[in-house]
Design a protein around this ligand. Structure first.
Ligand SMILES: [Zn+2]
Length: 272
């Protein structure tokens, strides 16, 4: 499932090739996404409009359109945004094709169809953004703010990091890696963390997300960037997906537990 780094990699790949160009037409595939604006709405608000800006908030991409509308895209579990001429034979599971001036085509492909493509007319704030927390790189995210949010709560740190209403964009893979890097146990109740530990969590969060963006994201299942290339950060994962393998730091066998229905990978020796 794409997390903040993968979405940012897509944004950085698309922006220089798309911003300033005009969407010409919108074509739809046979099956529609579970959450998408109707083809008529997409055509009405997107076709014929220039793309002014491409932004990211958490795991959402926001295409700011001429006239004030916004196209919001979430990749869900398996969504891909590919830019290029449509290949021949055509790709399977293509749900939307945006034709762009200059002979480009922006293709939304999604095997499991949990992705979202919603258009919001001028003056209407995209509703899903109301649930999106602060950006991990924002100056508004400080160790003090994190400690404040954690005050009096027994919630495990792993679940706290995954809560996108607090810090946006961190999913299961990066949460596991951040906790290992910080040397903190994933079940540690958040109210017990010291300010120094929050400093460390925040520092490692930013370092790991930045590094993952630089490495083109993590491809453990099916993530591809807008040119159809895999990321390489999976080569640097130290705990995620490594159950029963020795810890790279101490040799202890990596443990796997389930938290909130998701697998957590960690080292019992390195994480206290
Ligand atoms: Zn270890």
């Amino acid at each position: 499932m794409p997390e903040l780094p993968e979405v940012e990699v897509i944004r950085r790949g698309l922006a220089p090739r798309l911003v300033g160009r005009r969407f010409l037409a919108v074509a739809t595939g046979e099956k529609s996404l579970r959450q998408a604006s109707s083809p008529a709405q997409l055509r009405h608000w997107v076709a014929g409009r220039q793309l002014l800006r491409l932004r990211r908030r958490g795991k959402y991409l926001l295409f700011d359109l001429e006239g004030g509308g916004t196209l919001l895209v979430h990749l869900g579990m398996t969504g891909r945004l590919l830019l290029g001429p449509v290949p021949s034979p055509p790709l399977p599971h293509v749900h939307l094709i945006f034709k762009v001036e200059g002979g480009l085509e922006l293709i939304f492909q999604d095997v499991r169809r949990f992705g979202q493509v919603l258009v919001f007319p001028p003056g209407i704030a995209p509703a899903p953004l109301a649930q999106v927390g602060r950006e991990p790189f924002s100056k508004k995210v400080t160790p003090q703010w994190l400690a404040e949010k954690a005050q009096g709560r027994l919630r495990p740190l792993k679940n706290f990091l995954l809560d996108g209403r607090l810090m946006a964009g961190i999913g299961n893979i990066y949460a596991c890696e951040i906790l290992f890097a910080a040397g903190i146990h994933p079940t540690a109740p958040v109210s017990r963390l010291s300010i120094e530990e929050w400093e460390l969590v925040l520092k490692e969060t930013r370092r790991i997300l930045k590094r993952a963006i630089l490495k083109g994201g993590t491809t453990v299942a099916n993530f591809l960037n807008s040119r159809g290339e895999a990321g390489v950060f999976q080569l640097e994962l130290l705990v995620y997906g490594r159950a029963a393998e020795p810890c790279r730091r101490c040799g202890q066998i990596i443990s796997r537990i389930t938290q909130g229905g998701r697998s957590t990978f960690f080292c019992e020796v390195c994480q206290k």
